[in-house]
Ligand binder design. Structure first.
Ligand SMILES: Nc1ncnc2c1ncn2[C@@H]1O[C@H](COP(=O)(O)OP(=O)(O)OP(=O)(O)O)[C@@H](O)[C@H]1O
Ligand SMILES: [Mg+2]
Length: 392
């Protein structure tokens, strides 16, 4: 999958923009505060329905405007359909390896009331999840380089975001869990607590929570396999990487088994929850453990090791999306290349030959330029693209 074209209206500092992208490498360059990250943000939001920088959709409306609108066209290459192959089996002129491109158009608009409207190929959708299996995006920013040493919440978000992209159903389970957790916590903070009522919350919470843990567990097992091999390539075989799901609820058996275990855990921690007036157990407290050679990278790894592990996780994310959905995501690299040393930069670029890349930078190093070969440069100045250059 690749992003073919974007049109913006009143988005951040862009009053109006229409650009066609390269299916391979797009570089947004220019001085600070000109709108490079804003452009990445506009691409990202059409994939997840929300920004990676703000939870307030209205913040993205151009100052002084009433609304913003984004229209994005993506293209997917598809092989010839099986049926066509069968029908044309004896036709010597039929090219069975022919690739056909099919396009999708996503439109997203937000007004000053905070109301968001999304259309896919002209049809209104009302569930965000309908968007998720259309445009796959992975973003990598200096913030993500800290994922290994950051607080557990960042790693949970990483897992949750990926699960939303590959399992659109996951979002509604996660939303239900969060809402139920909030209600249970509110109930615990109230007066005159009735334990039978609390039990109703426990049943609901463990039902959603069991599913979340089960999804996360399967995801992390796959992530572990992929990232281990990528990490060993990046470090030229010197280091390995293991990723484990650390849940505070026993993770074994089916999602129903986990649900039962979680329910029991809620029961046994009830006195503590009543005393502390909050829910102490559940997937909202989970974490990932990252290990190299048996060592916990978070606690004992050097800064370089932690950053390399973050890079391995990001590259695994791309591979996992491809394996699970059949499509490569587009990769957004926000100011991250200059944060990596030369060999890591080189590895990143060389391993992404099937992936559409968007890079923001104030200046591009010659090494990267040579490794990338074919690049389309967009000079970004004051909320506008004021020059596009191709290099081959
Ligand atoms: N809602 C908005 N309306 C108008 N302008 C906005 C809005 N939100 C942000 N901006 C402008 O966008 C600018 C930041 O743009 P962006 O983050 O894309 O910069 P950048 O080119 O990535 O810079 P850097 O190289 O520093 O990362 C801000 O300085 C601000 O003036
Ligand atoms: Mg920026």
């Amino acid at each position: 999958m690749y992003v073919k074209k974007i049109e913006l209206q009143n988005f951040r500092n862009y009053e109006a923009l229409e650009v066609i992208f390269d299916p391979r490498v797009n570089v947004f360059y220019g001085e600070n505060a000109q709108g490079k990250t804003n452009l990445l943000e506009s691409i990202y939001i059409t994939s997840m329905g929300k920004s990676f920088r703000t939870n307030k959709d209205r913040d993205m409306i151009r100052f002084g405007s009433d609304f913003f609108r984004i229209k994005i066209t993506t293209a997917v290459e598809r092989g010839v359909h099986m049926l066509d192959r069968l029908i044309n089996a004896s036709n010597p002129d039929f090219d069975k390896d022919k690739k056909e491109e099919s396009e999708n158009i996503v439109e997203l608009a937000v007004n000053q009331m905070g109301k968001k409207g999304i259309k896919i190929n002209g049809l209104k959708i009302d569930k965000l999840a309908d968007l998720f299996n259309l445009i796959y995006i992975v973003i990598f920013s200096p913030e993500d380089l800290k994922i290994v040493k950051d607080e557990p919440e960042k790693r949970r978000k990483f897992v949750d975001r990926e699960l939303c992209q590959i399992k659109p159903l996951y979002l509604s389970i996660l939303d239900n869990y969060k809402r139920t957790l909030m209600q249970r916590n509110m109930y615990l903070k109230g007066q005159n607590i009735n334990e039978a009522v609390l039990d109703v919350w426990d049943r609901k919470l463990s039902e959603y929570g069991g599913k979340i843990i089960s999804y996360r567990n399967t995801f992390v097992k796959k992530l572990d396999l992929i990232s281990n091999s990528i990490h060993s390539e990046i470090t030229a075989g010197k280091e390995n990487l293991r990723v484990f799901y650390e849940s505070n609820i026993p993770v074994s058996g089916s999602s129903e088994d986990i649900e039962m275990d979680f329910y029991q855990e809620l029961k046994s921690s009830r006195q503590r929850d009543l005393k502390n007036r909050t829910t102490s157990r559940g997937p909202h407290k989970d974490d990932l453990r990252l290990q190299s050679g048996g060592m916990d990278i978070r606690k004992f790894g050097s800064q370089g090791q932690q950053r390399t592990a973050a890079l391995s996780l990001k590259l695994s994310e791309i591979k996992l999306i491809k394996e699970e959905t059949g499509e490569y995501p587009a990769l957004l690299l926000d100011d991250v290349l200059s944060e990596l040393d030369k060999s890591r930069q080189q590895y990143l670029i060389e391993s992404l030959e099937h992936v559409q890349i968007f890079i923001t930078t104030t200046e591009l190093s010659k090494d990267v330029e040579q490794a990338l070969k074919h690049i389309k440069y967009f000079h970004i100045k004051n909320g506008a693209v004021d020059g596009i250059v191709d290099t081959i």
